[in-house]
Write a protein that binds this ligand. Structure first.
Ligand code: SF4
Length: 388
């Protein structure tokens, strides 16, 4: 007699996880695992109260097949330029079973975004057995041979334990970029925030990714050392990255929403958070010590004060330092105005301080909410939690 299926064997349909890197906004999201197998970093809110699981390979393949079917439908409806009439899309949706609507929407968005890249979710896809991950990658390649990039988040701790040969095979099967959350190169900071990995392992993992032929994107978190470790955080993180030379260094400043372990540290006074201006000083020290590498620095997260900290090293370094120095030379009320304007979405660059209408709006907001240079950091911390 056939055994009843276990819950984990039942396919409930296409799945998507909660997050992806900002640079993967146009990517197709394929969920290979659910949540985070570590889940102990004190600054991270994303997967708290969730359980990690690896999705059965057959379910991931079913997801890929569903998207492939819809993409083929869309391609048939398109004219020579690739455009599709809204009328035809509506007709296609009407012909679908209700449970297929969401998947069709995902396929349609991906089609509209050019179908160039795929991102494997959730927090650490490389924890999947290499053979299984390689089969999934090959299936993606078979179904979507035109895709230029397949990427994933991964933990350095996991990557460091995968053989060079397996990483090379993953790369050959299409996985050509990894996003690693380095956060800090300082062991004191990594221990404090329970990152579960030390600097040496982070460097080892980063180098292995590059050796395998994949592009490497390293995330760092300005402010993560708090006041106590700010200098060490800047210098050790720069040193780790100098040893790795990743393709991308992406900044994502610390924000502390309610409900994460770091909030408790903050309330008890064990962790003292840096304000925006001290974070800029820390970033300046960090950038100053990046040396001998050709990484692209980006600041593509709304939590960062500057979107303009961007460019390829080493040529971009003088301009980035000059920008940070210009901010640090401003009087306190102008720094305060810029901090608020940036977080309200009214300013994107320091030059925006010269725009009278936007400036007036920021000033009106500051008056209405009682924001002054003395309390701006506290007020900004509240605003920033809305972006998380
Ligand atoms: S490893 Fe990444 S996803 Fe997991 S808890 Fe840490 S920061 Fe969050």
């Amino acid at each position: 007699m056939p055994q009843p299926k276990q819950e984990k064997d039942v396919y409930y349909g296409f799945e998507q996880g909660p997050i992806r890197p900002p640079s993967e906004a146009r990517s197709l999201l394929i969920r290979v695992t659910r949540n985070c197998p570590w889940n102990r970093c004190t600054f991270c809110h994303v997967y708290k109260e969730t359980r990690f699981s690896v999705r059965p390979e057959a379910h991931v393949i079913e997801d890929i097949e569903a998207i492939h079917r819809h993409v083929e439908t869309l391609k048939r409806m398109a004219d020579a330029s690739g455009s599709i009439l809204r009328r035809d899309i509506n007709a296609a949706v009407e012909g679908l079973a209700p449970h297929e609507h969401e998947t069709f929407g995902v396929a349609l968005n991906w089609y509209a975004g050019g179908m160039r890249s795929i991102f494997l979710q959730d927090a650490n896809s490389l924890i999947v057995k290499p053979d299984s991950l390689i089969r999934i990658l090959r299936h993606l390649r078979r179904r979507f041979p035109w895709v230029e990039r397949i990427t994933s988040y991964a933990r350095a701790h996991t990557v460091a334990r995968i053989s060079d040969e397996n990483l090379r095979e993953m790369c050959a099967a299409g996985l050509n970029r990894l996003h690693l959350g380095l956060e800090s190169g300082a062991d004191a900071v990594l221990r404090m925030v329970h990152k579960g990995v030390d600097k040496q392992t982070q460097v080892k993992a980063g180098r292995k990714v590059k050796k395998a032929g994949m592009e490497l994107s390293e995330y760092i978190m300005p402010g993560l050392g708090g006041r106590a470790f700010s200098r060490e955080h800047a210098l050790e993180t720069a040193d780790a990255l100098n040893q790795i030379d990743p393709d991308f260094i992406r900044l994502r400043s610390l924000a502390i929403p309610d409900g994460i372990p770091l909030t408790e540290e903050l309330r008890s006074g064990r962790f003292v958070k840096l304000g925006d201006t001290d974070t800029v000083r820390e970033i300046r020290l960090f950038v100053e010590h990046l040396d001998g590498i050709t990484s692209m620095i980006t600041s593509d997260h709304i939590l960062n004060l500057f979107a303009e900290v961007e460019g390829r090293l080493p040529d971009a370094k003088p301009a980035i330092l000059a920008l940070l120095d210009r901010y640090l030379a401003l009087p306190a009320d102008e720094q305060c105005r810029f901090q608020v304007g940036r977080r309200l979405g009214l300013f994107t660059a320091l030059e925006d301080l010269e725009r009278p209408k936007r400036r007036a709006k920021v000033d009106a907001f500051c008056v209405q909410h009682g924001i002054t240079p003395d309390n701006v950091d506290e007020m900004i911390a509240q605003i920033m939690t809305r972006f998380i």
